[in-house]
Design a protein around this ligand. Structure first.
Ligand code: ADP
Ligand code: ADP
Length: 231
């Protein structure tokens, strides 16, 4: 089953009396356990598209199936629940909660939407801490760890609900090259281990080179040759 199936997607923003077509005629399929990158200049529609896939903002027209569900018919509240259960997010500035420990940051999504018993939560968080190489760091606060470690924690948090899909917007932008490469390797390993699909919006050539599928956006439309291994 594909994790994302978009057909003739369209998103129009209305700002005052001006309508901006941010996405139009966009159709694509993303399979499970994929590494996919959306590239394109600023303003080409990458954020708009990721926001629609992430159930943060509904399409204006077209069909969008995420993890087999038609998400265009969900209410705002249903979308929030669906997002919490199936989709993880990784951000360029990590977005960890500073007053929570590493352990608690990773546990947080399990408390928000899923009613896991404590023992199972602890096991799951410890599994993820180990998977991202942070097994002995759970007690630390975000201020006590490096940027690369913060992004490891963010990847663990994105995966903790057994999400089928992780959306990552410029996840390496605030990391030095070596650390960024380690994070890319980590995400590939997580894809292999958990079968999660990673969808990136990025300019990082290293991520683009590692993606099996590259979708190029220009003025809100997908370029026809956007599915190859080169940009
Ligand atoms: P990218 O992520 O590739 O930089 P965006 O998806 O942010 O592109 O933007 C695509 C287009 O939609 C741009 O023309 C942008 O100005 C417009 N846009 C994005 N968000 C909004 C909004 N909330 N209201 C009005 N226009 C928007
Ligand atoms: P249980 O109640 O299921 O026995 P515990 O709460 O005792 O689980 O935690 C088991 C392990 O998980 C501990 O050894 C600890 O390393 C880790 N852990 C649990 N809660 C936290 C926390 N808030 N911060 C850091 N580590 C934690």
């Amino acid at each position: 089953m594909p994790v994302v199936e978009a057909k003739q997607l369209e998103k129009t923003y209305i700002a005052g009396d001006i309508a901006v077509k941010a996405i139009q005629n966009v159709s694509f399929t993303i399979e499970s356990a994929s590494f996919v990158s959306f590239v394109g200049p600023s303003g080409s529609g990458k954020s708009t598209l990721l926001n629609m896939i992430g159930c943060l903002d509904p399409p204006t027209k077209g069909s969008l199936q995420v993890v087999g569900k038609d998400i265009t018919i969900l209410t705002r509240k249903q979308a929030a629940i669906f997002r919490g259960e199936h989709i993880g997010f990784v951000f360029q500035d990590f977005n960890l909660i500073p007053v929570l420990t590493v352990f608690e940051n990773i546990e947080y999504p399990l408390l928000m939407v899923q009613n896991w018993p404590k023992k199972r939560r602890t096991e799951q968080v410890n599994t993820l801490l180990k998977a991202v190489g942070m097994a002995d760091q759970g007690h630390k606060f975000p201020s006590q760890i490096s940027g690369g470690q913060k992004q490891r924690v963010a990847v663990a948090r994105a995966l903790v609900t057994n999400a089928s899909l992780v959306l990552a917007d410029e996840p390496t932008a605030n990391l030095d090259r070596t650390t960024a490469n380690h994070i890319i390797e980590l995400m590939k390993n997580m894809r292999d281990e958990f079968g999660t699909s990673f969808i990136f919006s990025t300019h990082d050539p290293k991520i683009v080179n590692n993606a099996e599928t590259i979708f190029t956006l220009e003025d809100g439309q997908l370029l026809k040759n956007g599915g190859g291994n080169h940009v």
